[in-house]
Design a protein around this ligand. Structure first.
Ligand code: ATP
Ligand code: MN
Length: 478
């Protein structure tokens, strides 16, 4: 008999039919004549209740059916008055894999998220982490669906790179040299010509520069790949290894870029609402439980309400300079409540400033544009004022920056001058400059941090909980 998945079984009304199901035991409740087994196979949040007659199966078998054990059951599907519309009356039970109840770390009780991070190899078996995994999958699919429907092409950009010009953060070096005894050159420095690639290489911090090359031929492309940053920032928003989506579009200016970013985020959030509502309801309840102890004014909006709010409202768009003005005149600035002072034009905004704008001032997602040139990357287009660049950051509640992007500098001379000023080695970037030498066009793009999106959509408080196996400073388990 073919195994059926619980997601389908729970929707079935084939009462009286005999079916086969397999999964992991979540809980078992014993009464005098029967045992109630809650079975989950990960295909859906809900469990299937299996009813096992004590006399028919005997205590020898039933005592092996503990939380964490894997079983296969053949039984009769019947209508149920319980939580679900159906349940299964067991006729045969096979214990596929036992789980010693004295040792299994995931007992059926509330565990802290910190504890679950330590047993990340088992946390998929909790409601919370299986829900996150399913939502994450749906969002991956929605990303590809959105861009495919819009005629974008997915490009795989390299993970190992020899350019460190992007300047998006500290990089992880990739080498096969013997660390204890590296080859040295005449000056006594490490001789990278002896390294695997004949030069110094790193893990990529962004696929953008290569993405631009493709966009200037294919018109609209996107990358969706792993990115690595060796920043020692132990925050709830930073990972050392994360996934980034980077669309790049020829003939798009900054306004087109903002329109696309806003449409994209709304599409993804609406997709989650349309396709993941059971998991989102569960995650919403979880969040509200967690926030019970917080004072009223620090609690966040109910998850589904919050997602609808973002999907249905226009984002606010303003310049960096306007934002600085708002921040300098804000209550927390006047009362000295910001940890980092807003000193005026040139201040790099911190997450607390971004969140103030979004959560307190506008109460909506915000797109900030036209940042000071010297706090942004070399490739951003210089505005007519000469001191700002056509950058855009999309700021979200709880998250702060979720997207960073810009219109790119397409003018060869302006770009070269800027690169010299910012100490970007021109020889190494010659391939990039070729796009500005031959058939250069205005173009734009942005980067969405996938885990920041998932943090927002799931309402989780820490980015380490929305990627299966987080990589952060001093932490690379599993
Ligand atoms: P932040 O200022 O928040 O550290 P950033 O400005 O360094 O971010 P960008 O280089 O603009 O980040 O990267 C584009 C996007 O990638 C960001 O908007 C964010 O969503 C995501 N991102 C950046 N760094 C990380 C990280 N360490 N972990 C997870 N996501 C990240
Ligand atoms: Mn950024």
């Amino acid at each position: 008999m073919k195994r059926q998945e619980i997601k389908e079984i729970l929707k079935s009304d084939a009462f009286g039919s005999t079916i086969k199901v397999s999964g992991w035991v979540r809980t078992k409740r014993e009464s005098k004549n029967v045992n109630f087994i809650n079975l989950n196979d990960g295909t859906v949040l809900s469990n299937l209740q299996v009813v096992a007659d004590v006399e028919a199966f005997g205590s020898e078998l039933l005592k092996k059916i503990n939380t964490g054990a894997a079983i296969t059951v053949v039984g009769e599907l019947v209508e149920s008055g319980g939580q679900q519309a159906v349940e299964l009356i067991a006729k045969q039970i096979e214990v596929v894999g036992e789980a010693d109840p004295d040792k299994y770390p995931l007992q059926p009780k509330r565990h802290s998220l910190e504890f679950l991070r330590e047993i990340a190899h088992l946390r998929f078996r909790t409601n919370t982490f299986s829900a996150i995994a399913r939502v994450r999958h749906s969002m991956i699919f929605a990303v590809h669906k959105f861009f495919t429907e819009k005629g974008f092409f997915n490009i795989h950009t390299p993970i190992i790179t020899s350019s460190d010009a992007e300047g998006a953060g500290e990089m992880f070096q990739v080498t096969t040299l013997d660390m204890a005894n590296p080859p040295l050159n005449e000056e006594g420095n490490i001789d990278y010509s002896k390294d695997f690639f004949g030069k110094k290489t790193n893990l990529t911090v962004s696929g953008q520069l290569e993405g631009e090359l493709a966009a200037l031929a294919l018109s609209k492309i996107y990358t969706f790949g792993p990115t690595f940053r060796a920043e020692n920032s132990n925050t709830s928003r930073h990972l050392a290894e994360f996934w980034m989506i980077e669309p790049e579009m020829a003939f798009y200016d900054l306004n087109d870029n903002m329109d696309l970013a806003e449409e994209f985020l709304k599409y993804l959030i609406q997709y989650a609402l349309d396709n993941c509502i059971e998991d989102l309801k569960f995650l919403s309840d979880r969040q509200q439980q967690e926030e019970k102890n917080k004072p009223q004014d620090q609690r966040s909006m109910e998850l589904i309400e919050k997602l609808k709010f973002v999907a249905e409202n226009d984002f606010v768009r303003l310049t960096y300079t306007e934002a600085i003005d708002i921040l300098q005149n804000s209550k927390p600035a006047k009362k000295g409540q910001f940890q980092y002072e807003v000193k005026g034009f040139g201040t790099d905004l911190q997450s607390e400033h971004e969140r103030y704008l979004v959560e307190k001032h506008f109460k909506k997602p915000v797109i900030l544009i036209d940042y000071p040139a010297n706090i942004k990357a070399f490739y951003m287009k210089v505005n007519p004022d000469g001191k700002t660049v056509a950058a855009m950051d999309v700021l979200f509640p709880q998250i702060g920056e979720i997207i960073g992007g810009s219109q790119r500098e397409e003018r060869y001379d302006v770009l070269v001058e800027k690169m010299k000023k910012m100490d970007i080695p021109l020889e190494e970037m010659d391939w990039y400059l070729d796009t500005r030498r031959y058939g250069s066009v205005p173009h734009s793009g942005f980067g969405l941090g996938f885990e920041r999106l998932i943090t927002f959509v799931t309402g989780m408080g820490n980015i380490r909980d929305v990627i299966p196996f987080a990589r952060t400073p001093q932490n690379c388990e599993f």
